[in-house]
Design a binder for this molecule. Sequence first.
Ligand code: SAH
Length: 253
Amino acid sequence: MSGRLFIVGLGPGDLSLQTPRASEVLAQASDVLGYGPYVARVPQRPGLTRHITDNREELRRAGHALELAAAGRFVAVVSSGDPGVFAMASAVFEAIEAGDPAWRELEVEVIPGVSAMFAAAARLGAPLGHDFCAISLSDNLKPWEVVLDRLTAAARAGFVIALYNPISKARAWQLGAAFERLRELLPTDVPVAFARAVSRPDERLLTTDLASAHPNMADMSTLVLVGSAQTRRIERGKRGSWLYTRRSLEAAS
Ligand code: SAH
C-alpha cells in the first residue's frame, strides 16, 4: 500500500502555534478531512481535495480517510489543538482496529499539536505547574454520572482540572452542575479561568474564583481551568492577574 495517513494537530488557532511538521504535511496532502472550521485553516491550492464533515461523524470520517489512504492518496485528517486529545486520532485507531486488516499496513503518522489546555495555561501564567488532569464535560460519548465521578475524584485528589467541551447549545446545564459539585469539594476561593478562543482574533480571558464561576462565562470555544488549593493568583491591577500552581506541595501547605 502506497497511501499515507497523517493525523494532524493544528494547534489552538494561530498559525505561529502550528508545528512546522504539520505545515509540511498539509502542504503535500492530496486530501484533507475534518470539521469545517478546521479544514478551513488549511490553505486551498490546486490538487487538494477538502472533505468537510460534521463533528458527530468522527468514526465515519476516520473510515473514509483510511479508504482514501488505502487507495494510494496522501491523506491528512485534521483536529484543532492536539489530535490525540478529545479528537480524531483515537477515532482513526478505533476504525483501524475494527476495519479492513489491510489498513494495518498503512503508513500512519500522528502529528502532535499545542492542545487548548497548554495554550490557555501559557496565556494565564503557569497553572499546570503541578499535577493536573483533563476532563471533557461532553456527555455525548460517556454517561454524565461518569463525568461527575471523575470530577469528584480529581477534586479530591488535588488536581488542577482542565475542562474541555464545557458547554454547547445542546449541553446547556452540565457546566453549572459541574461547578456545583466542585463547590462541595474545593475551597470556593480556588481560581477558575475561562480561556476563550486562545490565539484567535476573538480571544478572551477571564479569571475569577469558584464561588463566582458561572456557566455564562463559557461557550464552546472556551477551555475552563479550575485551580487547586495550591494555585495562586498574582494580581496586576488593570492588567488582570497571573495564575500559577506551585511546583512544591510542602512549600504551599
Ligand atoms: N483536540 C483539541 C480539543 C478538542 S475538544 C485540543 O487538543 O485542544 C474541543 C474543545 O477544546 C472546546 O470545546 C474547548 O474547550 C477547547 N478548545 C479548543 N481550541 C481552543 C482554543 N483556541 N481556546 C480555548 N479552548 C479551546
